[in-house]
Structures are given as C-alpha cells and as structure tokens.
Design a binder for this molecule. Structure first.
Ligand SMILES: [Zn+2]
Length: 127
C-alpha cells in the first residue's frame, strides 16, 4: 500500500469501515510513514477534534491516535485468532469426514465382511 492509497483510506479507517486486510496494510504503513501518520492526525482533528473542542473538553491528539491504533491492532489480532481457530476446526472436520468415508468405502468393498477389512489388515486382526 502506498501513501496515496493510505491517505485515501484514512477517513474510512477512522470510521472503522476498513476490512481486515486493508486495516492490516493500513497499520503497517502508518506505523512506518510519518507523513501519512501526520495526515491521519490532521483528519482526526478535523473531524472528532473540532467537535471535542466545541464541547469544551480538551484533546490529547497523541494519546488519542495511540489509543485508536492500539484498539484496531487488538481487534485485528482477535480476528486472526478466530480465523485460525476456524481453520483448525475445519481441518479436524475434514479429517473426520475423510476417515468416515474411508471406513464406508472399506465396508462397501468388502461387502460388510469385517474379516476382509482393509483397516483390520492394517491395524491387525484381533481374535
Ligand atoms: Zn505514507
């Protein structure tokens, strides 16, 4: 993601409208690019900051920015964990399906005769 793209996405980021992938790239860029970071501060000041000043409360832009960035990073990490957990569950489910299928095929091939079972030949026959 280059500076131009990041600058375009700043309002969407501040409104929490970026998807996971864009947020990731956005954060990676904004943490290393000073001019984009400053741009974000200005846009943030222009929207939230002015409202805040009007209501009379003070604003610590550095603190606010830090909080916003940290919040979205935390959310990103949480989502990544959820995605990964989902992938693990999917894998386990797939393995279960494959094993079930293998047993079923084994049963079909042997006409339900356990003596001729492929699995028995692998795992040993118990008498
Ligand atoms: Zn930049």
């Amino acid at each position: 993601m280059n500076c131009k793209e990041v600058e375009r996405l700043i309002p969407f980021y501040l409104n929490g409208e970026l998807n996971e992938r864009d947020t990731k790239e956005f954060l990676a860029h904004i943490k290393t690019c000073e001019s984009c970071y400053e741009e974000m501060e200005i846009i943030y000041m222009a929207s939230t900051g002015l409202e805040r000043l009007e209501s009379g409360s003070s604003i610590d832009i550095n603190k606010e920015m830090h909080r916003i960035l940290q919040h979205s990073e935390k959310r990103l990490k949480k989502r990544q964990i959820i995605t990964r957990a989902g992938m693990v569950i999917n894998t386990i489910a797939m393995i279960a399906v494959v094993i079930t299928l293998l047993f079923q095929i084994d049963l079909w091939l042997n006409g339900g005769m356990p003596e001729a079972s492929f699995f028995r030949s692998i795992f040993g026959q118990r008498k």
